[in-house]
Write a protein that binds this ligand. Sequence first.
Ligand code: GDP
Ligand code: MG
Length: 163
Amino acid sequence: MPPVVVIAGRPNVGKSTLFNRLAGRRSAIVADTPGVTRDRKDAEAMLRGRLCRLVDTAGLEESAPETLAGRMRASSAAAVAGADLILFVIDARAGITPADRHFADWLRRQGRPLLLIANKAEGRATESALYDAYALGLGDPLAVSAEHGEGIADLMREIAEHL
Ligand code: GDP
Ligand code: MG
């Protein structure tokens, strides 16, 4: 079994776009509506010569009577438990939200290897979000643009080094 790389984060940060970018095909559903990813998607990917299984975590159960952070934990707990590496994605344009912070606290306690990914970092200034991201205590954020392909080669190298 190849190592499992799980893409986690709150709705609409670009997890599925990153999944498609890393998997090299458009196999996950990307939409402007937050939480549109209903099912976990996975694909085998070769990253810098290392085979891995990429998992795009599910979105929200609309009926779940919980906080956003609680629903994020519930929808990704099984995937995170089986992860050899977690890619925790934040939105560098929206900045760090309370849901990101709660999810980061929970992820840190899971004790799995983790890379912090600041997505949507193309073009415009995202420095304040990157600075806030450092404060999550999950290491240095890697700035990427999943949509435009920026920073993806560096991210692939980082992932391969962690597998
Ligand atoms: P998910 O809910 O975390 O899976 O997010 P999606 O991958 O479905 O993306 C949510 C929205 O963010 C979509 O409108 C994407 O086109 C957009 N998006 C994803 N990556 C980027 C990026 O690198 N830059 C910008 N500007 N938008 C992005
Ligand atoms: Mg998605």
